[in-house]
Design a protein around this ligand. Structure first.
Ligand code: KIV
Length: 274
């Protein structure tokens, strides 16, 4: 048996490993991450050279149509992560630990995260929480499972937080981020935090911070692809920049197809067998 070596120069675009991802911070290389939940979008995103792809529990809202991230199950996340893992050659793929998989004790957390790595070819998990999850983060890392922590607004705790609000508790957020990094997290998502506080947290921890609604001072950024591509129906959070309007593009294409079928313009000579 031979292991693929990571120091050969044969491939122009080497896979982004966890240490390489961490190294982007010291190198001052800003990290781009987006979500993907299936093979088609994951391979498209990967072809652009972005550094990270997240199989987020946001799938519960943007794909499954729920109003929170709580309903998606571990089996469902694994089903989708397996498609993403099969598509991606370059980016680091991180998979969300769905509610409440990371909160059932370290044994359950290692079992759930272990299934994610074994069954999906993805390389890391993301776990919502900071100081209170330090024991779980340490146990996962000890088991060989890289962990991206998630501090600030934690959507799985929406009912405790009373809504999707900007998080401003300076000391607690600094404490959470430091505790997550001390426990071995290789990166930390900072969600909905004032920009100056996120910049201070970024300076206080040795691992990359990945912001979403946390300003430009983070080491990288993550967005939900459906939001930034204009696929999401209705309201998107203020921190989203919409780079395309795919709802409009898709609806226009479907309108033209429907009109062609009704007018017997499709199928035409070029799309018909004789
Ligand atoms: O589930 C998700 O998409 C996330 C984000 C950080 C966007 O957790």
């Amino acid at each position: 048996m031979s292991y693929p070596t990571s120091d050969s120069n044969t491939a122009s675009r080497q896979p982004i490993t966890v240490p390489k991802f961490v190294g982007f911070k010291a190198a001052g290389h800003k990290i781009s991450m987006l979500t993907a939940y299936d093979y088609a979008l994951a391979s498209l995103l990967d072809s652009t050279g972005i550094e990270g792809i997240l199989v987020g529990d946001s799938i519960s809202m943007v794909v499954q149509g729920h109003s929170t991230t709580l309903p998606v199950t571990l089996d469902e996340i694994i089903y989708h992560a397996e498609m993403v893992g099969r598509a991606v050659r370059h980016a680091l793929v991180v998979v969300d630990m769905p509610f409440p998989a990371g909160h059932l004790g370290t044994h359950e957390a290692v079992a759930s995260a272990g299934r994610i790595l074994k069954e999906t070819r993805c390389q890391a998990v993301k776990l919502e929480g900071g100081a209170e999850q330090a024991g779980v983060i340490a146990a996962l890392v000890a088991a060989g499972i890289p962990v991206m922590a998630h501090c600030g607004l934690r959507p799985q705790s929406v009912h405790v937080l009373g809504g999707y609000k900007v998080q401003r508790e300076r000391e607690r957020l600094l404490f959470d981020a430091r505790a997550a990094a001390d426990a071995g997290a290789f990166a930390i998502v900072l969600e909905c935090i004032p920009a100056d506080l996120a910049t201070d947290i970024t300076a206080a921890v040795p691992v990359p911070t990945i912001g979403i609604g946390a300003g430009a001072g983070c080491d990288g950024q993550v967005l939900v692809s459906h939001d930034m591509l204009g696929l999401t129906e209705g309201h998107v959070p203020r921190f989203v920049k919409t780079y395309a309007n795919l709802r409009e593009t898709i609806c226009e294409a479907v309108d033209r197809y429907r009109d062609d079928v009704r007018a017997a313009r499709f199928p035409d000579e070029g799309t018909t067998f004789h």
